[in-house]
Write a protein that binds this ligand. Sequence first.
Ligand SMILES: NC(=O)c1ccc[n+]([C@@H]2O[C@H](COP(=O)([O-])OP(=O)(O)OC[C@H]3O[C@@H](n4cnc5c(N)ncnc54)[C@H](O)[C@@H]3O)[C@@H](O)[C@H]2O)c1
Length: 328
Amino acid sequence: MRILVTGGAGFIGSNFVRRTLEDAYPGLEGADVVVYDALTYSGNLANLAPVAGNPRYSFVHGDIRDRALLEQVLPTIDTVVHFAAESHVDRSVRDAGPFVDTNVVGTQRLLDASLTAGVQRFLHVSTDEVYGSIAEGSWDETRPLEPNSPYSASKAGSDLLARSYFRTHGMNLSITRCSNNYGPYHFPEKVIPLFVTNLIDDKHVPLYGSGENIRDWLHVDDHTRGIALVLEGGRAGEIYNIGGGTELSNRQLTQLLLDATGKDWSYVDEAPDRKGHDLRYSVDIGKIRSELGYEPRVPFEQGLADVVQWYRDNRAWWEPLTARAALA
Ligand SMILES: NC(=O)c1ccc[n+]([C@@H]2O[C@H](COP(=O)([O-])OP(=O)(O)OC[C@H]3O[C@@H](n4cnc5c(N)ncnc54)[C@H](O)[C@@H]3O)[C@@H](O)[C@H]2O)c1
């Protein structure tokens, strides 16, 4: 089997690539992996350094909007796992253009080229943010989409386009909608790596608004294992939520990160709230649990402690990126 992983040089895509090449996923053992990535500010070949010498791995420096290049690459591919996206909500508030270009237009070109090339299986990686904010309870996959940020609206566009390629063309395609991920190799503009890297360097951290916004946290290993389960056993045309079951307000998360780094609230600066900041996301994972036997495995306390240690041990990985995050 040959799997094309778009966005495979990013945080979650590279985790999926490393794990696949370790043969961590039943059904994908021995697969060849082609990473297709434009290497934007958040794409980083250092994330793939552990597999760079693996004969089953290859890299194509390409943009998902580049139809001609996709047409060259896709005919040798059996399966596409589509992670590539503009992924940072704050950037979409400042400038939504690249989000529509990559997430909507890029996904449409990738779907079209995959259809033409006769790709046998396609997995589209979406997000719980497409549902919008929920005050109480949890969404299941039938919940209508009410995205609130330009990021989530562009992801909803790509999610619905993916669905349409199943409905219209019968593509063998499934969609996953996942909650907030954390783990190693996470670009240090996102809240957990930003706070950890600042705090271990004795720098202050910005807490948006009241800090009451609630997110469900999932270790990236659990996300990519869920993706592999859906890829292998998920039904065509179906959507699967993936969540971790650890809901925390940003204030609670900040307390845990202060504890983990031996700092106190004097390191926390109040920052103006993000425009349109969703109060709470929460996904119901009953479907992936009952159909595919999925359970999150990494306990949050352990996962967070490991991540803090990883950033302590891997300064050479993140230090160049903090400058890139500031400039991009
Ligand atoms: N991070 C989360 O918590 C989370 C949660 C749910 C879903 N997701 C989704 O998972 C996917 C991966 O997220 P991430 O956190 O790893 O993001 P990331 O920003 O770390 O990685 C994105 C990757 O896509 C590449 N890319 C961007 N534009 C491209 C283009 N036009 N052509 C080819 N490659 C391009 C980048 O170079 C980068 O390697 C995204 O689709 C995101 O919406 C993320």
